[in-house]
Design a protein around this ligand. Structure first.
Ligand code: BDR
Ligand code: CA
Length: 311
């Protein structure tokens, strides 16, 4: 079968980095480009980190610069989880021939989608700021894309506040615009991504593999682990690998169509994704396929194979 063309839009922190590695090696995926957005870290760090990961993987992809701040809120990064540099403070070299294409993320994405109408799968793994700007600037983009499969939101509790998931909380206005865009949407929220984790033993095995990629995935997650195991997480969640895996292996996932909206005005629930999945009262629309379950064993097996195959 012809591989699926994919564009990733990442706030390249630790789990975004792993998702890029997965898209690079996963059979059935044809990674076209990566664009950088602020979120886990600054846009500048996310942009440079994406180049660093490309060098580590030996992959050559165009990397585009995107938004330096959310649409309407100040930026609060997640340095306590992803480190000051976004990669768990692991130092990776930049490519020697680092090239910045002149177009911003939103124009380059549009040009790519236009060159293959109905084919390109967009995979945002950070706040949806770049995607929202692209949809505002190019109103026909939602119909030119095949689909948008994003990491963000949660039908249950949040992880940055009791109510909100990080990507939606960081730019709720962008999330709202994308949810209302009419694009074909799949949400990989915390409901499914909290099931997609490496145990500490599995991560140690990656380090012991003797590969640079395995060592990096182990090392860059150590800082996050200190923060996350205190709050009872069973392992290292690979949130951002979920949308990539879903595109090539939908059979590993279960989900449901739902009405999904996001709170942009309230204080306590800012950035909360509100779904009608568990309520008697239904929204008058069903705009999102919400993933709820993943076969963790197969997910981790495939992800591990891909990481180790980088060498
Ligand atoms: C999301 O927030 C970020 O910290 C991760 O990279 C992931 O995209 C999880 O809430
Ligand atoms: Ca991310």
């Amino acid at each position: 079968m012809k591989p699926i063309p994919v564009w990733m839009d990442c706030d390249t922190g630790t789990d975004d980095a792993v998702a890029i590695m997965l898209a690079h090696r996963l059979e059935g995926i044809d990674l076209k480009a990566v664009s950088a957005v602020c979120g886990n870290t600054t846009q500048q760090n996310a942009y440079l980190n994406t180049h660093r990961i490309c060098r580590l993987m030996g992959g050559r992809y165009p990397v585009y610069r995107g938004a330096e701040r959310p649409l309407m809120k100040p930026l609060h990064t997640a340095a306590e989880v992803h480190g000051e540099n976004g990669l768990g403070d692991v130092e990776l070299p930049l490519p020697e021939d680092l090239a910045t294409p002149p177009e911003p993320a939103w124009d380059a994405l549009y040009a790519c989608a236009k060159s293959m109408p109905g084919e390109l799968r967009l995979v945002p793994t950070g706040p949806l700021t770049n995607v929202a700007i692209a949809f505002i600037k190019h109103p026909d983009l939602p119909t030119l894309l095949h689909s948008v499969t994003f990491m963000g939101g949660s039908a249950g509790p949040g992880n940055v506040t009791p109510a909100a998931e990080f990507n939606f909380y960081t730019d709720p206005h962008a999330a709202e615009l994308v949810l209302k865009s009419g694009a074909k949407l799949t949400m990989c929220g915390l409901d499914v991504t909290l099931q997609a984790y490496f145990t500490p033993e599995q991560l140690d095995a990656l380090a012991a593999s003797g590969t640079r990629a395995g060592r990096f995935v182990h090392d860059c997650n150590q800082r996050a682990w200190k923060a996350l195991h205190k709050i009872g997480q069973p392992g290292f969640c690979m949130h951002d690998s979920c949308p990539v895996m879903f595109l090539a292996h939908p059979e590993l996932f279960e989900g449901e169509m739902a009405g999904v909206a996001v709170e942009t005005r309230a204080e306590l629930t800012a950035g909360k994704s509100v779904t009608d999945l568990y309520s008697d009262k239904q929204f008058p629309f069903k705009n999102v396929f919400v993933l709820l379950k993943v076969d963790r064993t197969r997910f981790i097996e495939i992800l591990t194979e891909c990481i180790l195959s980088i060498g």
